[in-house]
Design a protein around this ligand. Structure first.
Ligand code: ACO
Length: 323
């Protein structure tokens, strides 16, 4: 069977770093509160000329260079974002144009913080079916542009950035020993849609709107949902927590990450954490973390890597792959 193998990974961050100390002068908060509740110490904020598409393009170019490929080698672009440059066309098409690609297909996927897991799963299905051979899967966000900078309960949590992987179809044996994506599991439950949402949109207010979140409600559901969908991955493959080399979670909050790892029995030494440096970059957080851990030599060829995310909708999901 065809497996979708990660051939390259890349990332891009805005130029400007915003520290917790700087946040103290902007809203009624403290570095201590933010670190204790979330683990976040700083985040990157997009400046003039930096957008979801420009960050996504930079991450895509970085991933292509890592893969040793040219833009023309790509026949599918799936961009996970909730902060596109325009209502339409899809920012994926903008990135396709910036890369000079005129063939294949490009589209956006919107599953908020679970966006990258949804995008990986979608690209995997295209590759496995033979509809695409090489895909750029990108997570890119500029959440700073939909934050209410007077609302301390949300503005301290998020940051901007982008990450990307190149997936390539390769023949596998159909066993858990194969390289590439081994299993993927997606969930959503719209009964929770009002717990984390943006109060605007083209069909309602005609404006982009601002983020609102019932933080405690999100927190209450997060660990259970994340671990449920990871057990789905274990049941589908016969792999268990002890086999995992790296857990690369969505980086929303260190307490959610630690709670999930504890429940699964995965030691924190095997968990990639970047939330301290990036804040919550929504769909960009997993590929940003993957890029960091692959570049610094932690994630190596053959390693079993488990991705998971949960976010607005609620949506949640997992992808288990061999690097
Ligand atoms: N600085 C200082 N005080 C603050 C701040 C702040 N930035 N924000 C809120 N507070 C205050 C509140 O006003 C409240 O004060 P009060 O007791 O006088 O009313 C107090 O801190 C406690 O507020 P809570 O909201 O109960 O704080 P909690 O311990 O739940 O932490 C947090 C808030 C960090 C948002 C937490 O609920 C959380 O992590 N939730 C998960 C949500 C999440 O990570 N979402 C990310 C997006 S979703 C996703 O990606 C999965």
């Amino acid at each position: 069977m065809i497996r979708s193998v990660v051939r390259g990974v890349g990332s891009a961050l805005p130029r400007r770093v915003l520290t917790n100390q700087e946040m103290e002068s902007m809203v009624d908060t403290t570095d201590e509160w933010i670190v204790q509740r979330t683990g976040i110490r700083q985040r990157y904020i997009a400046g003039e000329g930096e957008t979801t598409a420009s960050l996504g393009e930079a991450a895509a170019r970085d991933a292509l260079a890592d893969a040793g490929l040219e833009p023309g080698d790509i026949d599918l672009i799936v961009l996970a974002t909730s902060t596109p440059d325009n209502t339409f066309p899809a920012s994926a098409v903008d990135i396709q144009n910036r890369l000079g690609i005129r063939h294949g297909a490009a589209f956006d996927i919107q599953a908020v913080c679970t966006g990258f897991v949804y995008a990986m799963t979608t690209a995997d299905l295209y590759i496995k079916s033979g509809m695409a051979r090489r895909a750029l899967v990108i997570g890119a966000e500029t959440f700073s542009r939909i934050l209410d900078w007077n609302d301390r309960t949300t503005c301290v949590l998020f940051g901007d950035g982008a990450g990307a992987v190149v997936l390539e179809g390769k023949e596998g044996q159909g066993t858990a020993g194969d390289q590439g994506i081994l299993t993927a599991h997606l969930r959503s439950d719209g009964t929770h849609k009002d717990k984390l949402y943006v109060d605007g949109g083209p069909s309602t207010t005609g404006k982009a709107g601002f983020i609102h979140m019932e933080g405690r409600e999100v927190f209450k559901h997060a660990v259970g949902m994340i671990t449920d969908v990871i057990y789905d991955a274990f049941n589908a493959t016969g792999i268990d927590a002890g086999d995992i080399d790296w857990l690369v979670p969505h980086q929303a909050n260190l307490r959610i990450i630690e709670g999930s790892a504890r429940k699964l029995g995965i030691p924190m030494e095997k968990v990639v954490v970047t939330v301290d440096k990036h804040g919550n970059t929504s769909a960009a957080s997993i590929p940003l973390a993957l890029a960091e851990a692959a570049r610094d030599g932690r994630i190596k060829r053959g390693d079993l890597v488990l991705l998971e995310a949960m976010g607005g909708g609620f949506t949640w999901g997992s992808v288990l792959l061999r690097w």
